[in-house]
Design a protein around this ligand. Structure first.
Ligand SMILES: Cc1ncc(COP(=O)(O)O)c(C=O)c1O
Length: 411
């Protein structure tokens, strides 16, 4: 059981709070607070090494690798030496602030194996930058994203045998940061734990795309201006389960999250959303909601925007990050201008949509928005092409700066 020396030691809350604030404001003048230092990495290998399961037996997030990476932080000392230990349970006092006040943020990223057998991370600095803004929002400690990427790279190298060889498979990584101060006072945690666990995963669509139906949700709101929807906080996810269960009861796979009386289209389930249409000016447009604080800044979203700007603009498309409404989607469908729509995220890369059920907004009537798919297929042509461009870069078929080499582990 991981019972870090400092994890159960209560820092005095007032002192801890002052330290935490000072650490953030004056980090350059507080050299006594240690930074994350990969050169201090300590590796304790498991005595009971496991094996990668058969590919067809892999279920998302069910089985984990032999080890985990953990780095503790205290307001008094800063970051301790990174440790790779056998995968194990955490031992936390029941008063620990993560259980009561939701001091938890996380990331989802993947390690891929190239056709020559090398390991790669895909844009890992984006995930660590995002984790750093998530943690700052909930008063968890700052860290150097580059140093965290290095620690993760060393962890992935050690777990090399768990990165599947088959195309479409990968090692899902779950970096997490929690507040570990064991006191009930509501305040900035005086101690924290960063850890990473890893789970080998298969492709989201093992036998080809399967387009999904959504329920446009206005009864529940996922995120709002000034809220935390643009951060990857644990607290953003639990409240989305009941809306998802309700949508599922009515036969829909996911919620389409709308915002405001205008019915602005924001995200789908836990993915960003892209819509392709001929806009009112008669121009082919691929559009996604802007980063206005209510949208998670998806790494896939950012990558798709870059790829669309590189390739699709040459074919006459415009690529937009702007607000648009569900009413505009319905009008485009009625006028035959809606071309396709898909979710975008690390798990599925792209997830094509076939139908959105919408209550018609204020004073409207329930209706379906049907989204075209290619004849005999479960995806539109743009979703298919984008998925391919992404995969080629994730697995290093096409070399880009996005694909970061993981040096092999040296004993
Ligand atoms: C709410 C939400 N939106 C979008 C995304 C997609 O982000 P990414 O492409 O970084 O996986 C995720 C997944 O992390 C998410 O949870």
């Amino acid at each position: 059981m991981l019972r870090p020396s400092t994890l159960l030691r209560a820092a005095r809350p007032q002192t801890a709070a002052r330290f935490a604030t000072a650490a953030r404001l004056y980090s350059s003048q507080a050299p006594q607070l240690a930074e994350v230092d990969v050169s201090k990495l300590v590796i304790q290998r498991t005595q009971t090494p496991g094996q990668l399961k058969k590919e067809e037996e892999l279920v998302f997030g069910r089985t984990f690798t032999d080890h985990m990476l953990a780095i503790e932080w205290t307001a008094g000392k800063g970051w301790s030496a990174p440790r790779i230990t056998p995968y194990q349970a955490l031992s936390l006092d029941p008063a620990t602030c993560v259980f009561h006040y939701g001091f938890s943020c996380f990331e989802g990223m993947k390690a891929y194996r190239t056709s020559s057998g090398e390991l790669r991370l895909f844009r890992p600095e984006k995930n660590m930058d995002r984790l750093s803004t998530s943690s700052a929002r909930i008063a968890l400690p700052p860290f150097d994203p580059k140093a965290m990427v290095e620690c993760i790279s060393r962890f992935v190298a050690l777990e090399e045998k768990f990165v599947p060889k088959k195309r479409g498979y990968s090692l899902y990584l779950r970096p997490t940061m929690i507040g570990t101060q064991p006191t009930l006072g509501v305040g900035p945690p005086g101690s924290a734990l960063f850890f990473v666990i890893a789970s080998p995963v298969g492709p989201y669509y093992p036998s080809g795309f399967k387009a999904v139906s959504l329920e446009a949700t206005s009864k529940f709101v996922r995120a709002w201006p000034g809220g935390t929807g643009d951060k990857k906080l644990g607290g953003n996810y639990a409240p989305c389960i009941v809306p998802q269960q309700e949508a599922a009861k009515r036969g829909f796979q996911q919620n389409l999250w709308l915002f405001g009386e205008e019915g602005y289209v924001t995200e789908v389930g836990t993915m960003n959303l892209f819509t392709c249409w001929i806009n009112k000016d008669g121009v082919k447009e691929i559009v996604t909601a802007p980063l206005d604080g209510t949208i998670l800044e998806g790494v896939t979203r950012d990558s798709i925007l870059a790829l669309a700007r590189e390739f699709l603009t040459k074919e006459g498309w415009i690529v937009s990050e702007r607000k648009y409404t569900i009413k505009e989607m319905a009008e485009a469908a009625d006028e035959g201008r809606l071309l396709e729509a898909f979710g975008a995220g690390t798990a599925a890369v792209v997830s094509p949509l076939r139908r959105i059920a919408w209550d018609g907004g204020v004073g409207g009537t329930q209706r379906d928005i049907n989204i075209p798919l290619q004849k005999g297929k479960e995806a539109g042509p743009i979703a298919e092409r984008i998925w391919k461009w992404m995969e080629e870069r994730q697995y290093g078929d096409v070399e880009t700066s996005w694909s970061v080499h993981v040096p092999p582990h040296q004993d």
